[in-house]
Each structure stands twice: as C-alpha cells, then as structure tokens.
Design a protein around this ligand. Structure first.
Ligand SMILES: [Zn+2]
Ligand SMILES: [Zn+2]
Length: 349
C-alpha cells in the first residue's frame, strides 16, 4: 500500500481538509494514475453532507478524474505509462451479470463499485475518490482521453458528460429532432452541447431569462422561459424529447404538456421525491417519463471519442484544492459556469 495526499471530510458538518489515504499496490489488472485534474460534481457535496444517508467517513469525493498513467500491471495491454486517461463514477463491477455483459455496468445487479463511498473490494473499508494525488483502478474502468481537446475541461465529461450523452443516444435523438433541455447547470450545459452536435433543434427551457444569452452561446437555437405560460402554451405538444436536468423535486406537469404524442422526458437530475404527476397528461398522448444514470464504460468511451471528433468540452472554472469549501458553497448557490475543476498540482504545495 502507499500513502497519498488527499482532501476529505471527517463528518457531515466538517469542511474538507487535507488528509492521507491508502492506495493499493497495483495488481496485474491495475492502472496507476497520477491525477492532474478532478471535476467537482454536486454528488460530491451530497456525499460529504450525508444527504443520501449512506456516507462513510472520511469522505474523499471526486469522480471526474483526469491524469497520466504512471504504472500498469502485467496483464494491462491497452494502456501504457504516460497515457492521458480518465476515471468516472465507477471503478469496478461484477462483470458477470446481465447488465455487465451488456456493457451497462452502471446497472450491475450485484452493485457497481463507485469511485468513492463504495465498499473497497481490495483494501476493505470504502473507496476514496479523485480529490487525491493518485488512484489505482482496474483497467476495465479506465478511459482514454482524446489528446486534441483541453484536458482539464474534459474532467466533467466523466460524469456530467456521460449523464446527458447516454439518454440522448438511448432515445435515439437525431438530426432535425426538437429537443428541450430543462435547466442550465453542469448537466444542462452539456446536454445542450451534445444535442446540438447530434443535429437536433435545441430549446433551452429555463426559469431565468438571464440565462438566454449563455444558452445560445452553448448551442441552443431557442430559449423557452418556463414561467411564461403563454410561451409554454405555444410550444405545447411539439417536442420529440426532453432532457430534464433539474436537480431537485419539482412540478413536471408543465413539461409533460410540451411533449409530442409518444415522446419521452428523461430525468437525470432529481434523485428525490417529485411533485404528483397528473395521469391525464401522460395518458392523453401516450407519453413517457423515464430516468437514466451515467452510462456504461463502453458508452463513456464512445462519448469521449465523440467529444474528440466534435471538439466538445465543458465550460469550467479552475480552482486550487484548498478552495474546495468555498467552491461547494458556490455550487449550492448555482454560482458557477458550469463546472469547477480542481488543479491537483495545488495539492502538492
Ligand atoms: Zn457526478
Ligand atoms: Zn454486474
């Protein structure tokens, strides 16, 4: 085992601070990565603050990890020292269940091992994420990062990116479709970029008129202010697909009214109770509400390659590790465009 520097929280009401964690020695199947950058996801805050009542302390968050390979095990042939790689929300799964066999490790029936706060199969205890100098990961869960795009701005692709790309692909969004992206935050800004790159007519649906200009810069063709009932009525029944990135419980009925017959709205943000849905809104047009979470490793690689081809990265604000507590507070206030990324060199100071 080796001790590495990290940043974590010792309890749900504590700030994050520097601490040491253990990483395992690499096995024949492992890749050792020196972490250059780590994105800051809203889930990091939920886990630190124990919002989902399953946190184990210390929590070392971080599942948008970008770095360079420093060592590989003897059975690793697809990565070598110096490669630019990424690690997202999962570091292991059973590899045997139907979901794993279908490249859908995120739905592993025996429970995927999440990058942090999951049971650590190797060391016991729980896993520690990317707010650290290094990480050791099974080769099957390491992703290749295209070298032609800005490495630090690729970090959020590993969670925010795949979370929005996967449903757009699964529901076959294509050229000419009218796609609404509800909510302009970390997820929403990636949803707009991907839907635009797939050739859709993209409508940003937001409560804040102040976000209009930014949404158009990101690739939205139109902006629909959801508080404006007149405008919502005009667009009723016209959407082929809705990507709902709202991170908290809310009233979905006005959005259901926007869907065409047989169209689907996919939830990717709110992991909590939602307001009651009126059955009539769904029954009337054979409409669907669905959910989606990240994507499998194969699809995540496909998304990264797509980003390399289409020159897609996240819009980010860089921070030092020491400023993480302030960054958490700003995320809670939605005061970031659109993702913080930690420069992990700051941890070496
Ligand atoms: Zn995340
Ligand atoms: Zn499995």
């Amino acid at each position: 085992m080796s001790k590495v520097k990290a940043f974590g929280a010792q309890s749900s009401d504590a700030n994050l601070e520097e601490l040491n964690i253990e990483r395992r020695e690499i096995t024949a199947e492992d890749v050792k990565i020196e972490i250059d950058y780590c994105g800051v996801c809203h889930s990091d805050i939920h886990q630190v603050r124990n919002d989902w009542k399953n946190s184990k302390y210390p929590v070392v968050p971080g599942h948008e990890i970008i770095g360079r390979v420093t060592q590989v095990g003897k059975n690793v042939s697809n990565f070598k020292e110096g490669d630019l790689v990424g690690v997202g929300c999962m570091v292991d799964s059973c590899q045997e269940c139907d979901s794993c066999k279908e490249d859908l490790e995120q739905f592993c029936e025996n429970g995927a091992t999440l990058t942090y706060n999951s049971k650590d199969k190797h060391l016991g205890g729980h896993t520690f994420g990317g707010y650290a100098e290094q990480i050791v990961v099974d080769k099957e869960f390491v992703l290749k990062i295209p070298e032609n795009i800005d490495a630090k701005a690729t970090a959020p692709l590993l969670c925010a990116g795949i979370t929005t790309y996967s449903p757009l692909r699964h529901w076959n969004v294509k050229k000419g479709d009218k796609v609404g992206v509800i909510g302009l935050g970390g997820l929403g800004h990636m949803g707009v970029k991907f839907a635009h790159a797939l050739g859709a007519h993209v409508v940003m649906i937001t409560t804040s008129p102040s976000k209009s200009e930014d949404a158009k810069k990101l690739g939205a063709d139109e902006v629909l202010i959801s508080k404006n009932e007149e405008d919502m009525k005009k667009q009723a029944g016209s959407f082929d697909f809705l990507l709902n990135t709202v991170p908290v419980g809310h009233d979905m009925n006005p959005y259901i009214a926007l869907l065409k017959r047989d169209a689907t709205m996919v939830l990717v943000g709110a992991i909590e109770p939602l307001d009651p849905v009126h059955g009539g809104g769904l029954i009337g047009g054979r409409k669907r509400i669905a959910g989606s979470v990240i994507g499998g490793i194969k699809e995540t690689q496909e998304m990264l390659d797509f980003c390399g081809e289409h020159n897609i990265v996240s819009d980010i604000e860089m921070i030092d590790m020491q400023n993480i507590n302030e960054a958490f507070d700003r995320i809670v206030k939605s005061d970031v465009k659109y993702r913080f990324v930690i420069d992990m060199k700051s941890l070496k100071n």
